[in-house]
Design a protein around this ligand. Sequence first.
Ligand code: AMP
Length: 192
Amino acid sequence: MKNIVIFGAPGSGKGTQSDRLVAKYGYEHISTGDVLRAQIKNGTELGKTAKTYIDNGQLIPDSLMVDILAKTYDSFGKVEGVIFDGFPRTIPQAEALKAMLAERGTDVAVMLDLDVPEDELMARLINRGKTSGRADDNEETIKKRLDVYHLQTSPLIEWYKADGKYNHINGLGDMEKIFADICVVIDNAKSI
Ligand code: AMP
């Protein structure tokens, strides 16, 4: 079993690379952002709560997220791997993920940090906003999301280094090259 954390700032290419990994390896994929957007679309109570945070560029409280994550993870049948895209985003979430996987006899195999410079992130997200229809892909909210990333999410880089799972990936440039770099790390990771 390979549990793979695809990590990076908003706009770093986590979703794009996750889709390609699913196509290549047949792994399951959890995008917490997609789960929340589906809840909003379906008008659920969770969706209503989530919307106020998402539209403001803020993170949804950890306790809610951890619950959603465990439910989604347990809905998968027997799989060779799971890609976590957009989770964890805080240190408590990383701790909860580790504990949840330990309870199920497994752990994170690798964390991949898609590293992209700030000006490129901004440009990509503004461009994405033209077609994504996402309420949070506008300049003001993008700035907030990048601030939240630096304050609350980027400390996970040191956390995963300490846990021995960290892998740096240059997320700028040719998409094929980025994907190939990711595949090398995954192929070399030990199944847990
Ligand atoms: P994403 O699609 O990953 O960019 O997520 C969009 C938004 O959903 C974020 O800006 C947060 O408001 C919320 N969100 C997604 N994943 C998480 C998470 N793991 N923890 C807290 N909030 C999240």
